[in-house]
Design a protein around this ligand. Structure first.
Ligand SMILES: [Fe+2]
Length: 307
């Protein structure tokens, strides 16, 4: 959090049918439905998240990600980062407080990979869902589906990964936790963190800008990842791969798709990162093992199915 960026705060996803999407994110993943705004967008959150929402679903003609937002420490930090972004040559767009219900003013910029990111300092903070902040119980009793605890990170595909890494490092203070390097020494994937987590956002090189690979949600245990796999089968949900383990970050994972074709991940475990850690390097020629540690081969879908 060297420059005051705290955490991934929200992701806005495009879905083809809002009711189908809600059934998926609320009833299967177990996110809490918080609100519907006057644009018809649905707001959700994981039960451990203290802020009002972390996932926004917007009905549209095409799936994909509209933007990902990071919460920063306070308004002083927000103003500093805004001027730093501008000085770096990044065009900054202002979005008024309240455009997302309960969220303060946001500043938006586009990364060289073609993805839109936002920074904001304020969001309504009702606290964890279903448990008090005083003598809290272990978990709320009436959680649904996979009981996802929080929105954790996004993996995004696009060009100019190196320039995007430089922007996140130099302006926003992210660290490189893990990377994939090809035999010529080019960095083809960058896993970036603003915290102790293995990644808050990750980028993989791809010629097409602005592509969305997955949004990931944290579960508590490997047992809950296996239970998520059962739920995916019970509901005939389209599965990508898993349950398995990643080489990169060593998280235990399963991938599947929402009804609009956006990929989701639920995972548990994973490595941690301190600012003095050397980045972990995976060789591109061992990408199969890096992504799917057990199978050691990539399925074609992982590289090619993007929204
Ligand atoms: Fe992931």
């Amino acid at each position: 959090m060297k420059k005051g960026v705290m955490r991934p705060g929200h992701v806005q996803l495009r879905v083809l049918d809002i009711e189908e999407a809600l059934a998926h994110y609320r009833d299967l993943l177990g996110l809490i439905e918080v609100e519907r705004d006057d644009q018809g967008r649905a707001y959700l959150k994981g039960w451990t998240e203290v802020d009002k929402f972390s996932v926004v679903l917007r009905q549209a003609d095409e799936p994909g990600m509209d933007f990902m937002g990071f919460k920063v420490l306070n308004n002083t930090v927000l103003e500093k980062l805004e001027s730093d972004l501008t000085a770096y040559g990044c065009a900054v767009e202002h979005i008024a407080a309240g455009e997302l219900s309960g969220c303060g003013r946001r500043i938006r910029f586009e990364a060289p990979t073609g993805h839109r990111f936002e920074l904001y300092a304020e969001k309504e903070q009702p606290g964890k869902w279903g448990v008090s902040n005083v003598n809290p119980e272990a978990w709320p009793m009436d959680l649904k589906g996979m009981k996802a605890t929080r929105f954790d990170h996004c993996l995004l595909y696009g060009p100019n990964v190196e320039d995007t890494y430089a922007l996140f490092r130099d302006v926003l203070g992210f660290d490189l936790a893990e990377q994939v390097v090809d035999p010529e020494g080019n960095r083809v994937a960058a896993f970036l963190t603003a915290s102790m987590k293995a990644h808050d956002v990750a980028f993989i090189d791809c010629p097409e800008p602005g592509k969305f690979h997955h949004a990931s949600f944290y579960l508590e245990t490997w047992e809950s990842v296996l239970r998520a796999a059962d739920l995916i089968s019970m509901t005939n949900t389209s599965i990508d791969i898993g349950p398995t383990r990643h080489g990169l970050t060593h998280g235990q994972t399963i991938y599947f798709f929402d009804p609009s074709g956006n990929r989701n991940e639920v995972f548990c475990g994973g490595d941690y990162h301190y600012p003095d850690h050397e980045p972990v390097t995976w060789k591109a020629e061992d990408l199969g093992k890096a992504i799917f540690y057990h199978d050691r081969v990539l399925n074609e879908r992982f590289l090619s199915v993007l929204t």
